[in-house]
Design a protein around this ligand. Structure first.
Ligand code: AMP
Ligand code: MG
Length: 342
């Protein structure tokens, strides 16, 4: 990350674009964001149009200073103050009751608003230059894996936004943890780098939306966006769970059959298993014990399968504790919840 050097002329220009109602894609520590003025209803509409995103899927407002929070929310609960002190700036989004300043176009018609303070320097300086409130979903076309490098932003959004700021590789690679503070008890709506255990070091008890790791048909996720197919590569993705030996055997056998049917095959492997597969495209997301690397590599690898035009993809399953929960949440969504136990 070229954190030390931030081109001030570029930031000023990007800030002007957003203040005048345009869109700028920019790096954050989680994934690249597609930014517009959060307090301008027409900017939010443009964001939905550029992404092809359903307009009932609310946007997260990004701020750069804690003092900006009080004017967009009805009240700041004590729990939020504690969490902000510990985790902001950083990959935690909190949901509050919104104030009148926030247009319903930004919140997808909801009375609540999601707010985050990113730690990435370019993001912080852009937010300040843009007037302090930047609505920014991930900078991908709706349904696609979130971009972790500027090249993938350009692939999805070139010609649909006024500017794309290249800040190199992101640090985390998965979207923020979303915590709802408007219910009786704090509830995680989307898992992320900041895990339940870390949140419970600050708050006594944190609940989790029951739809995080399963396709709970009867139950709508509380974060509207989580109900949509997401993060998906173009090839058909299946997650395979079991002992290493069985998983490798299952995937090799099935890829062999697909290959015989003229389908290009791919595997999301780990450093431990990458040499064991006989498929067209095999990519490791890192060592099994290194969750942070797996989180950072996952979306890039999914996009690489598209670059290589892979048609059938198998992924090893990951342990779903800690950051692994966020990894499995994204992987299962990308697979449309197709998971096989062997
Ligand atoms: P993205 O901007 O692509 O990271 O997605 C934002 C996520 O935040 C989506 O899943 C939204 O549904 C969720 N979200 C944003 N605002 C709210 C809100 N007020 N209440 C619940 N979920 C929200
Ligand atoms: Mg997104």
């Amino acid at each position: 990350m070229t954190e030390e050097y931030v081109d001030q002329a570029l930031i000023r220009e990007a800030g002007r674009i957003i203040r005048e109602g345009g869109l700028v894609a920019f790096p954050t520590e989680t994934v690249y964001g597609l930014g517009g003025d959060a307090l301008n209803p027409s900017s939010s509409k443009k964001i939905y149009a550029a992404k092809g995103r359903p307009s009932d899927n609310p946007l997260i407002i990004h701020i750069a200073d804690l003092s900006a929070l009080s004017s967009i929310v009805r009240e700041v609960p004590e729990s939020a103050e504690k969490l902000a002190l510990r985790f902001w700036p950083g990959p935690l989004t909190m949901i509050f009751h919104k104030s009148e300043r926030v247009p319903f176009e930004t919140t997808g018609g909801l009375d609540t608003v999601a707010v985050r303070m990113p730690s990435n320097r370019i993001a912080q300086e852009l937010i300040r230059a843009a007037g302090g409130y930047v609505a920014a979903p991930s900078a991908n076309r709706s349904g696609r894996p979130s971009p972790t490098i500027a090249k993938y932003v350009a692939e999805d959004l070139e010609g649909r936004v006024e500017m794309i700021i290249d800040g190199g590789d992101v640090e985390i690679g998965l979207e923020s943890t979303i915590l709802d503070l408007t219910a009786d008890r704090p509830m995680i709506l989307r898992p992320g780098y900041i895990t339940r255990q870390k949140l419970e070091e600050v708050l006594y008890e944190v609940e989790e939306d029951s739809t995080i790791l399963k396709d709970d048909c009867g139950q709508a996720p509380k974060a509207p966006g989580m109900k949509y197919r997401h993060y998906a590569p173009r090839g058909e993705l299946t997650v395979v769970k079991g002992t290493e030996e069985r998983v490798v055997r299952y995937i090799n056998e099935h890829c062999h059959t697909w290959h015989g049917n003229n389908k290009k095959t791919g595997v999301i492997a780990t450093d431990e298993t990458i040499s064991l597969y006989h498929v067209d495209v095999c990519r490791s997301v890192g060592g099994r014990a290194d969750e942070e690397t797996i989180a950072r590599e996952l979306y890039r690898v999914l996009r690489e399968f598209d670059d290589e035009k892979v048609e059938v993809i198998y992924a090893e399953a990951f342990d779903d504790s800690g950051i692994g929960q966020a990894i499995m949440n994204r992987l299962l969504k990308a697979a449309g919840y197709r998971i096989i136990s062997v």
